[in-house]
Design a protein around this ligand. Structure first.
Ligand code: 3UK
Length: 531
């Protein structure tokens, strides 16, 4: 069953990597990135070297190591090396800002940071304030690194220097005995955003990785040893980590990593070059690819047997057009950082576009009405999920943990309706949060960013559907007295937000209004702005 026992002594990295070497798959290809290919045998040694390198810097079990990394072979080596050594990797979104990274470093009390060379400038100013940080390890070619070490202008902690991942790996032993962990030990965290307050670290255990693979990847996708997976969603998302790392490694399959930003062109190049059998994306990407006439089954990957979509609802017409053009289905499924991966999904051969499908066997779902009573088929309510991969808590956040994790049940914050055949349809959020390209945006954060502009008196931000029925932020802005509205100002405000926050959060539309709709008590009536 879903709670299938793990041996009491269990280390996720051994199950995902070393097992394949023991079982005779050492020569099979585990990962290909833009520059390199590694077999399972090489991966096992690289994982060991990475674990030894971190221990060699003085790290102790359970200490956090933050990963701010692009998708290359270094990511799985460091992530799994840390886990094998009993440390706790914390991958973070590469699209965010210095302020976000300052929060992750101090909240997690990260003892080490592994950062892709190109991302170092974005995190440097946050390093000085990270009290527990002792080592900064830079992944990549290393040219810029020598200059940075020489200049020492940034916030490298006193008494430390930038290490080079390549150099550390070369100097480390390629044998490592796994830390004597249990299935219930903490293995890694992922940060998750809420509508208010800073992002919270969701704490996941050693057993969770293989459980998501068994239930969803093997149970629903039917992933096999001869599959080649390519996920446009990056490894720093729980969605991408499952797709690109956990799932292929759970069965000894191959995974293709791309460091670049996913665009129709970059994705098409990888599809053509590597001929994956499973492709994972988000709705915005599928829609953008369909808008590009170069994207065809023949030009891409004729070997594709199934695609997956998550992060936000897949519009019906996008799924239908893709199936027609590419000759394979997109399985829309919903997962959360808290549950680690997908627990409600369409299945091959039983796809119903416009729905999130049915519960993944091993998970139990319930839809609760506003009165807390289970809703009947056809009645909408709030979605709860019960399953073996729920995070144990949010780090340092007792109230938020209690609001989300209720014994074996987890509250998703999504509104759903289930039909008589058991298919679930997404209706929206119970809070004001938006998913943009599959990534969280808090409207309050965008409003504060706008309010910091000298022309703005106040602003309200809501979700607005674009031509593809995908939600993007829209701002309603009240200007200060005397400021004239103009197209130029609208563009300036968009650029201003792009510079203040992670760029994907900027409002795609700015509408100037004389005032914002408010209740008698002065609260903004967002529902009157939606539509
Ligand atoms: C929304 C969806 C409708 C929904 C995720 C797959 O997205 C993931 O995790 P996040 O923590 O966000 C979770 C929230 O995103 N959502 C996700 N998928 C769908 N809404 N249809 C969907 N198919 O609001 C949910 O609560 O970023 C996705 C696997 C692992 C994940 N962590």
């Amino acid at each position: 069953g879903s709670w299938a026992p793990f041996p009491r002594r269990y280390n996720a990295a051994v199950d995902l990597v070393d097992r394949h070497v023991t079982e005779g798959r050492a020569e099979r290809i585990a990962f290909r990135d833009d520059r390199r290919t590694v077999t399972y045998g090489e991966l096992a040694r690289r994982v060991n070297r990475a674990g030894n390198a971190l221990l060699g810097l003085g790290m102790e079990p359970e200490q956090r190591v933050m990963l701010l990394m692009h998708d290359t072979i270094d990511f799985p080596a460091v992530f799994l090396g840390a886990i094998k050594a009993g440390l706790v990797p914390v991958p973070v979104n590469t699209l965010l800002t210095t302020e976000d990274y300052a929060h992750f470093l101090s909240d997690s009390r990260a003892r080490a940071l592994v950062v892709s060379e190109a991302l170092l400038p974005k995190v440097e100013a946050a390093l000085g304030g990270a009290a527990k940080l002792r080592s900064v390890i830079v992944a990549g070619a290393g040219d810029a690194l020598d200059a940075a070490n020489a200049g020492r202008g940034g916030g490298v902690p006193e008494g430390s220097r930038y290490e080079r991942l390549e150099v550390l790996l070369e100097g480390a032993d390629d044998a490592l005995e796994a830390a004597p962990t249990t299935p219930d030990d903490v293995a890694f965290w992922f940060y998750s955003s809420g509508s208010t307050g800073a992002p919270k670290g969701a704490i996941h255990l050693h057993s969770h990785l293989m459980q998501t693979a068994r239930l969803y990847a093997q149970g629903v996708l039917g992933i096999r040893e001869d599959d080649i997976v390519f996920s446009a969603a990056k490894l720093f998302f729980a969605y991408g980590l499952g797709n690109s790392l956990t799932f292929p490694l759970s069965v000894g399959a191959s995974s293709v990593l791309m460091a670049e930003r996913p665009t129709p062109a970059s994705v098409l190049r990888v599809l053509r070059e590597h001929r994956p059998t499973i492709f994972c994306g988000v709705p915005t990407l599928f829609a953008a690819m369909l808008a590009d006439a170069n994207v065809t089954r023949e030009a891409g990957s004729p070997a594709l047997r199934v695609c997956t979509s998550a992060g936000e609802a897949l519009p019906k017409h996008v799924g239908e057009k893709w199936r027609k053009r590419m000759g394979c289905d997109i399985l829309d499924g919903i997962g959360t950082t808290e549950m680690l991966h997908i627990f409600l999904s369409n299945r091959p051969g039983e796809v119903r576009y416009g729905t999130s499908g049915r519960p993944v066997p091993g998970y139990e779902l319930k839809v609760l009405g506003d009165d807390g009573v289970p809703a009947a088929a056809g009645e909408e309510g709030s979605l709860w999920v019960h399953g073996p991969t729920a995070a144990i808590a949010y780090w340092n956040q007792r109230d938020a943990s209690r609001a989300t994790f209720h014994g074996p049940w987890t509250r998703t914050g999504d509104r759903y309706v289930r039909d008589a055949e058991g298919y679930f349809t997404y209706l929206g959020r119970t809070d004001d949060m938006l998913k943009v390209g599959g990534i969280w945006v808090s409207p309050f954060e965008v409003e504060s960013a706008l309010a910091a502009h000298e022309a703005v008196l106040e602003a309200a931000v809501v979700g607005h559907a674009d031509a593809d029925q995908l939600v993007k932020p829209k701002a309603f802005v009240v200007l200060r007295p005397g400021v004239e509205e103009s197209e130029a100002l609208s563009n300036e405000l968009k650029e201003f937000v792009k510079k203040t926050l992670a760029p994907y959060k900027y409002p795609r539309w700015v509408e100037f209004v004389a005032e914002l709709p408010r209740t008698a008590t002065g609260k903004i009536q967002r529902f009157r702005l939606r539509g």
